[in-house]
Ligand binder design. Structure first.
Ligand SMILES: NC(=O)c1ccc[n+]([C@@H]2O[C@H](COP(=O)([O-])OP(=O)(O)OC[C@H]3O[C@@H](n4cnc5c(N)ncnc54)[C@H](O)[C@@H]3O)[C@@H](O)[C@H]2O)c1
Length: 371
């Protein structure tokens, strides 16, 4: 199969669908890889690095779209990308179709077979192609929070690790899933005093085992949230109720009980945020203040570290990408977890949540593939 990787064109997107390391794997499996010139510039991989990995370099995105059997990307295709897709092609990328009727229509009209990273599943019921970005965001949340806590950035002026003779900063992590685990790990690594609050007791047990008593775990009640938030220097919002908007667990009223200059990092902002006072910000202007509390609410946190994020994403996407390249549509027919990633096939929507959100009829993926 000829696998194509265009340069990402969404604003401030520096990741790339295929790293040179991934290209080598596709080539080793007998595939031809076509990469648009400059596609890896954002992660420091120039055309020569791709050539050395065995790729051919295309001068334009058009050449990649015209000549490839499968397109591997990071972000959803933009309008002048989706018009270049066609019915014999596979598109493998993040799509997030439910809130995006125009893209959905465009992909349906193209006839492309669209596999969305965010709905591919694994045998443990997880979302393996979303998890690496949650790992990045969780770890980054502590770096961002620690910076915002510095006096010059509006924060309380607390060093999370403390120093001998001075207590460390206190970090409350609300939601102990993938983001929460990685935030807690970074905070504990810096020497902070860390609590994780979650509503799942089995998950709290697991976290207690993982940290061997190094972090406190608390069941999520209003009382526990108030106690933890009122004593914290840094609060990380990391809850998720799959398919729903994030619950508002910290109200504006609660801000008055917090320490002045405390920092809230709302990682769940991409689902609307779990603090009442959160609104999405950008890397260019990441923080704002409400009632003396600093808020950091960047919706695409992994974009700050494209080198790490692109490699983490490629590690996760490679296995399924190779299955698609090796066996084409047959891979989707044979592998139920990969098939869960199929959102659109030859004009039909095969993902129930997307169909329901946008008022389309859903076609079961297996029968759409068989048709
Ligand atoms: N801003 C970004 O750049 C970025 C990047 C990656 C992920 N995210 C977002 O971060 C959030 C967390 O993602 P994740 O991968 O860790 O999800 P996850 O499903 O692994 O974890 C969510 C956790 O929240 C807990 N939870 C749900 N309701 C709760 C409540 N009322 N009180 C306490 N805990 C509760 C769940 O039990 C679960 O353990 C999601 O909204 C995700 O979209 C944002």
């Amino acid at each position: 199969m000829r696998v194509g990787c265009p340069k990402e064109i969404k604003n401030h997107e520096y990741r790339v669908g295929l790293t040179p390391g991934s290209v080598r794997e596709y080539v080793a499996h007998g595939h031809e890889v076509l990469v648009e010139t400059g596609a890896g510039a954002g992660i420091g991989a120039d055309d020569n690095a791709y050539r050395a990995a065995g790729a051919h370099i295309a001068k334009t995105a058009e050449e990649v779209f015209t000549r490839s059997d499968m397109i591997v990307k990071v972000k959803e295709p933009q309008p002048h990308e989706w018009v270049q897709l066609r019915d014999s092609q596979i598109l493998y990328t993040y799509l997030h179709l439910a809130p995006d009727p125009d893209q959905t229509k465009g992909l349906m009209a193209s006839g492309v077979t669209a596999v969305a990273y965010e709905t591919v599943t694994d045998e443990r019921g997880g979302l393996p192609l979303l998890a690496p970005m949650s790992e990045v965001a969780g770890r980054l949340a502590i770096q961002a929070g620690a910076t915002a806590l510095q006096k010059a950035h509006g924060g309380r002026g607390v060093l999370l690790g403390g120093v001998p003779g001075v207590l460390p900063g206190k970090v409350a992590v609300i939601g102990g899933g993938v983001v929460g685990l990685h935030a807690a790990r970074m905070a504990a690594g810096l020497g902070a005093d860390v609590s994780i609050i979650d509503r799942s007791i089995p998950r709290l047990r697991q976290l207690d085992d993982i940290f061997g008593g190094r972090v406190h775990t608390r069941y999520s009640t209003v009382e526990a949230l108030e106690e933890e938030c009122f004593s914290a220097d840094l609060i990380i919002g990391a809850v998720l109720i799959p398919g729903a908007a994030a619950p508002k667990l910290v109200s504006r009223e609660m801000l008055s009980g917090m320490k002045k200059g405390a920092v809230l990092v709302d990682v769940a902002i991409d689902q609307g945020g779990c603090f009442e006072t959160s609104h999405a910000t950008t890397h260019a202007d990441p923080t704002y203040e409400v009632d003396g509390i600093i808020h950091y609410c960047v919706a695409n946190m992994p974009g700050a570290v494209p080198v790490t994020s692109a490699h983490a994403l490629n590690n996760a996407t490679l296995h399924y990408g190779l299955a698609l390249a090796n066996r084409g549509l047959k891979a989707l027919a044979d592998e139920p977890h990969l098939r869960n990633g199929l959102n659109i096939h030859r004009g039909r929507i095969t993902n129930r949540a997307v169909a329901e959100a946008l008022g389309y009829e859903v076609t079961e993926a297996k029968s759409a593939l068989a048709a």
